[in-house]
Design a binder for this molecule. Structure first.
Ligand SMILES: [Zn+2]
Length: 133
């Protein structure tokens, strides 16, 4: 499944990753569902509330609840999650695979100079192509 992401969101994720260093930055990806595809139009940077933020992330649950509530009231849908790997690659780590829900959410992962998109499928993460618009 492919999708689209705005250049504004790409820039915002890159800035969040740089600001968070050496801890993992994280946030929420919002936008529209377009059939099988997704269009990511908004990024909300959130606090990383994990007790070991240099190697793990946990999105501030209050921010997650607020975004889901807003979506129910007509705001952009919650499509997935962003986090950065301060010293790793833009691919899911063993920790990420253990944390995944297999719910089809999009995971954007920043690592090195890249930001890559993955879909959290029941069988594991699948790499997705996102066109920057
Ligand atoms: Zn990770």
């Amino acid at each position: 499944m492919d999708g689209e992401v705005t250049s504004f969101v790409m820039t915002a994720m890159g800035q969040a990753a740089a600001r968070g260093h050496p801890a993992e930055a994280c946030g929420l990806l919002l936008g529209q569902v377009l059939g099988e595809g997704r269009r990511i139009t908004h990024f909300i940077e959130t606090r990383n509330v994990h007790p070991s933020p240099q190697t793990h992330f946990e999105i501030d649950p209050a921010a997650l609840i607020a975004a889901h509530k807003a979506a129910r009231e007509g705001a952009a849908a919650v499509l997935g999650y962003f986090h950065s790997h301060p010293t790793g690659e833009a691919s899911p780590s063993v920790t990420d695979s253990a944390q995944s829900a297999g719910d089809g959410a999009i995971w954007a992962i920043a690592g090195g100079a890249d930001i890559a998109f993955w879909r959290d499928d029941p069988q594991g993460f699948v790499r997705c192509n996102y066109t920057v618009i």
